[in-house]
Design a protein around this ligand. Structure first.
Ligand code: ADP
Ligand code: MG
Length: 642
């Protein structure tokens, strides 16, 4: 029988290898930029079209290639960077596998021009799907230019697998930023579809970081400097008060190479211990230099993970040096960690002290005997004017609620009476929920109209989290945050779909600075944001000017809203305008809704409950969580029968 094993033809092997090296346009950007850096260029231009899908071009002024090398560089395992295995332990270049160009050439149309300084003429090569189409002598400047067109032209499945331009662009942007941040001494420029996104002159770390992120970054940075035997740490961390909701601006570079390390990230977070609001993320730009032989560089070419010899020591040094910097720059004492979260909401009573409700106990009282209800209630109330305060510090509020109560004639059992006869301990246990309220059905069908009407008559806030209100059949417990999200969500969505949002003009327009990646997202979102009531002045390259905002938000909330939005849209903007509006409305509802932990006045509680039941879909938050539950009197009776 004849043998069946054959060596794969080179172009097939290259296509297979390409699958590992080139996943998307951003992979090409990374490889070409790194080659230019390795070629000792001092000026590198990145030009892309259609998020890199139709063109990725990198032009450098580096050492260039000889005629022979120009041809050889497209061969697999053709590299000038290592000669023997030992070289791997003293690696000073980005590439070393000699695979990138062979891989890219296998799956794209590629054109290369290169010339060395001492040569009169350069080489111009065209190669398509691993096949050399032409090679000519050409008059060229010193350096190399690679143009990669029609990525995956011969692998339709891969091409179809690419994401939207927005998503692919974001990946390209990430790669560009990583390389540009790692090499501030190189002049980088970046063009997309003919417009210049970055032009970053050679500079130091600080200027480069500010150049990439935005003008406002400068004042947020605290320098970090530490030099030890095993590691040199340089760079910047962000003052804690500027921590963000997302992890967008966190960079480690090890020996000028961007890396990801959960372990080192943990070290940074440990240095910030106690300085950050829950869940917020500090930006950091940390440059680590370690002896090349103490890291494992035998890593996959497209991976950004790395292995260190002495991770624990690095952890300790990193944590200590950042802690030191944060302390030295006196960052900690100026912070107000107990900042009232009401500042973040449209409800304004940051000066109002929330009181724990006190409870009057009347052991003889039977809440289910109608004719006695008012009497006992009044008695309890008159016994101590603050004794049955609904948590409001205003005594006029409490008294008006009493008179409101005494006027009530329906022989209904109100939720207030539930508390009478309970001692404080038990009252608290209601709030911590041993009653397993979750068992209750979530449905508005339990209400008829006058029940909802009645829900507005009296409300009570517990644990700055729930609004309790009596209804005919028992009581409802409303989750204040989710309810408010629902109300805002429907408002925004309505405004956006009927395009009738009203704006409030700002006396002084707001200037907000963003990175160019963020600016690009904002640019795309602008039409939708305008339908919510935002008015934008002309956009600049690194900031937006807002002259009008939706009526239901305050000026101080604008940046919070936009930051949340950018964070929610990190994975790309939905294609259809419907889902784009939906995402924006959800995101804005999320950032603007009154939070758990916010104290609400009676009026606000009322508005919230009324607003919720005026919604089209009051049962559920925009994030598909129940907004309220009901407890029927029978359920309560059962609890007492135990
Ligand atoms: P690697 O970078 O791993 O060596 P590549 O396939 O990326 O492999 O590149 C192959 C070789 O081509 C490099 O080793 C280098 O000698 C040469 N080369 C690639 N890009 C450039 C460039 N921009 N300038 C000069 N030489 C380059
Ligand atoms: Mg390379």
């Amino acid at each position: 029988m004849s043998s069946i094993i054959q060596l794969l033809p080179d172009h097939v092997a290259n296509q297979i290898a390409a699958g590992e090296v080139v996943q998307r346009p951003a992979s090409v950007v990374k490889e070409l930029l790194e080659n230019a850096v390795d070629a000792k260029a001092t000026d590198i231009k990145l030009i892309i079209k259609d998020a890199g899908k139709s063109l990725v071009q990198v032009i450098d002024n580096g050492v260039g290639m000889t005629v022979t090398d120009a041809r050889l560089c497209f061969e697999r395992h053709a590299t000038s960077k290592i000669r023997q295995a030992e070289d791997l332990f003293s690696l000073a270049t980005k590439g070393f596998r000699g695979e990138a160009l062979a891989s890219i050439a296998a799956i794209a149309h590629m054109e290369m021009k290169t010339k060395q300084e001492q040569d009169e003429l350069g080489t111009h090569i065209v190669i398509e799907g691993s096949k050399f189409v032409s090679q000519e002598v050409a008059v060229l400047p010193k350096g190399t230019s690679f143009a990669v067109k029609n990525l995956f032209f011969n692998i339709p499945a891969r091409r179809n697998f690419l994401k939207s331009d927005t998503v692919e662009f974001r990946h390209v942007m990430d790669e560009f930023q990583r390389v540009a941040l790692a090499h501030p001494n190189i002049h980088f420029s970046f063009y997309h579809n003919g417009s210049e996104l970055y032009n970053l002159p050679a500079a130091g770390y600080r200027q480069r970081i500010v150049g990439i992120m935005s003008g406002k970054t400068n004042e947020k940075l605290v320098p970090v400097n530490e030099d030890t035997e095993i590691i040199n740490v340089q760079g910047f961390v962000c003052k804690p008060e500027f921590a963000k909701k997302n992890r967008g601006e966190q960079f480690f570079f090890v020996n000028d190479r961007f890396i990801k390390s959960g372990y080192l990230h943990h070290a940074v977070m440990a240095a910030y211990d106690g300085l950050l609001k829950d869940g917020s993320q500090p930006s950091y730009f940390l440059y680590l230099q370690v002896p090349p032989n103490t890291i494992d560089i035998n890593i996959h070419p497209t991976k950004t993970e790395i292995k260190f010899d002495d991770e624990q020591a690095l952890y300790a040094i990193l944590r200590a040096s950042i802690k030191h910097s944060l302390g030295q720059f006196n960052v900690a004492p100026v912070l107000d960690f107990d900042r009232d979260s009401n500042l973040d909401t449209p409800y304004h009573y940051k000066d109002v002290e929330a009181e724990v409700p006190t409870i009057q106990v009347d052991g003889t009282f039977n809440p289910f005997t109608d004719d006695k209800t008012n009497q006992h209630y009044t008695k309890a109330g008159s016994g101590s004017s603050s004794g049955y305060s609904s948590g409001s510090s205003s005594s006029s509020n409490s008294s008006s609620s009493y008179s409101g109560y005494s006027k009530r004639v329906e022989p209904t059992v109100s939720w207030e009476s539930l508390y009478v006869g309970l001692d404080t301990e038990n009252a608290e246990s209601i709030e911590s929920s041993p009653f397993t309220f979750e068992n209750e059905e979530v449905t508005s069908s339990l209400f008829n109209d006058d029940e909802v009407e009645q829900a507005a008559q009296k409300t009570y806030q517990i644990h700055k989290k729930y609004i309790v209100s009596p209804i005919k059949s028992g009581m409802i417990i409303v989750d204040q945050q989710r309810a408010h999200q629902r109300i805002l969500y429907e408002q925004f969505l309505l405004n956006m779909t009927v395009n009738q949002a009203s704006s409030q003009k700002l006396l002084f327009p707001l200037d907000l600075f963003y990175s160019s990646a963020e600016m690009k997202l904002i640019e795309e979102l602008k039409p939708s944001l305008e339908t919510t009531g935002f008015i934008f002045e002309e956009a600049k390259t690194d900031h937006i000017v807002i002259s009008g905002i939706p009526v239901n938000i305050t000026e101080s909330e604008v940046s919070i809203v936009i930051e949340q939005l950018l964070s929610d849209l990190q994975d790309g903007i939905p294609a259809s305008s419907y889902s784009q509006n939906d995402t924006i409305a959800k995101s804005m509802a999320k950032s603007l809704a009154v939070k758990t932990g916010s104290y609400l006045t009676e009026k606000e509680q009322d508005n919230l409950v009324n607003g919720l039941f005026a919604c089209k879909d009051p049962n559920i938050s925009p994030f598909q969580k129940p907004t309220f539950i009901t407890m029927r009197v029978e359920d309560i009776d059962k609890k007492f029968a135990l």
